[in-house]
Design a protein around this ligand. Structure first.
Ligand code: AMP
Ligand code: ZN
Length: 112
């Protein structure tokens, strides 16, 4: 989608700080980090969010989670949090599905 912020980041039309890239996924550091490590893991194919996931998306959804885990390992994080915000009321502000990897500080529960 030409007007989607994360599609434009994936196409390198907008700069970002890369954390990982392959043919399916791009991961980059959040511009407004909420923890010492805050990386967004994004599929290269546009999907608005978790609410739009179907069975056909099982593989890419799994890839996001497995890659988040691998990034956490490579960054030396022993504890971390993975977050999908789904819908505006849950805090989703960019409607291109993304998984937040947050780590490097103590987390509280429940989230706000
Ligand atoms: P969410 O609120 O779950 O939709 O997450 C969107 C995230 O994208 C927020 O944490 C923003 O800080 C982050 N973000 C917005 N614009 C950029 C950008 N240009 N580069 C990196 N991260 C961004
Ligand atoms: Zn997009």
């Amino acid at each position: 989608m030409s007007d989607c912020l994360f599609c434009r980041i994936i196409k390198k039309e907008i700069p970002s700080k890369s954390a990982y890239e392959d043919e399916h996924i791009y991961a980059f550091h959040d511009i407004n980090p909420q923890a010492p490590t805050h990386v967004l893991i994004v599929p290269k194919t546009h999907l608005d969010g978790v609410a739009q996931l179907g069975v056909k998306d099982t593989e890419i959804a799994g890839r996001l989670i497995v890659q988040a885990k691998r990034l956490a390992d490579s960054l030396g994080l022993k504890s971390y949090r993975l977050v999908f915000n789904s819908g505006a009321e849950a805090g989703q502000s960019v409607f291109h599905i993304h998984l937040h990897l947050l780590g490097g500080r103590r987390m509280t529960w429940p989230p706000g």
